[in-house]
Write a protein that binds this ligand. Structure first.
Ligand SMILES: CC(C)(COP(=O)(O)OP(=O)(O)OC[C@H]1O[C@@H](n2cnc3c(N)ncnc32)[C@H](O)[C@@H]1OP(=O)(O)O)[C@@H](O)C(=O)NCCC(=O)NCCS
Length: 175
């Protein structure tokens, strides 16, 4: 068990967030998404860095980005914001947008700490419910969400990435 710290992200974290994001995708979705797609994701890190830099710089009071740090190294992050789904009220529904942790740090309570920080933030911002989207094939994480109290909703969506399709299911939680 390693000591970790959760803190709000600053724009300077964007590079490490982009790198954790890509590495965690490669670790999590190997066998679920095409190898060629996952292998090429490293090429996408500079673009993702810019996206996270923009998010970290233009955060509204209804959105937040936190990082988990171990020994000075960013190992995970969580992003929360108002729900972007058309059928949900963005005043009452927050969204757990993204939560990723490097595989080497799974199972030590760091993910739960990130998750709870995000949920507390949404609660404090006045949201009464939250939603998230997860790949239907991501069974380990789906079980984990269910243990945190999330319940599967009836909504599903597909995202056509050209050479493959992402099938996602929605989960809901009361805050
Ligand atoms: C999903 C994810 C964020 C979970 O994070 P994690 O750090 O592995 O999860 P935790 O260690 O906090 O929780 C796992 C279990 O270990 C337990 N645990 C083990 N050691 C622990 C410790 N020292 N302290 C607290 N809990 C501990 C927790 O109690 C928890 O049990 P629970 O699930 O019954 O609550 C992480 O595994 C991940 O990033 N996965 C891949 C990416 C992904 O799928 N992201 C979501 C995309 S939608």
């Amino acid at each position: 068990m390693q000591d970790f710290r959760i803190r709000p992200a600053v724009p300077e974290d964007a590079g490490s967030i982009a790198s954790v994001h890509v590495r965690s995708w490669q670790q999590t979705y190997r066998g679920q998404l095409p190898d060629e797609y996952l292998d090429r994701l490293v090429e996408d890190i500079p673009r993702r860095k810019e996206v996270w830099q923009r998010i970290a710089t233009t955060m509204s009071e209804k959105a937040a980005l936190f990082v988990a740090v171990v020994g000075g190294e960013t190992v995970g992050f969580v992003n929360v914001n108002p729900s972007r789904d058309e059928d949900l009220d963005p005043q009452t529904f927050g969204e757990l947008g993204v939560i990723y942790l490097l595989e080497e740090f799974w199972g030590q309570g760091i993910g739960k700490a990130l998750h709870d920080e995000g949920m507390n933030y949404l609660r404090g911002a006045g949201f009464t419910n939250a939603m998230l989207w997860v790949l239907d094939s991501n069974e380990r994480t789906r079980r984990w969400y269910e243990r945190q109290g999330w319940r599967v909703d009836s909504m599903v969506k597909t995202d056509d990435r050209g050479t493959f399709v992402l099938n996602e299911v929605r989960y809901i939680i009361q805050l």
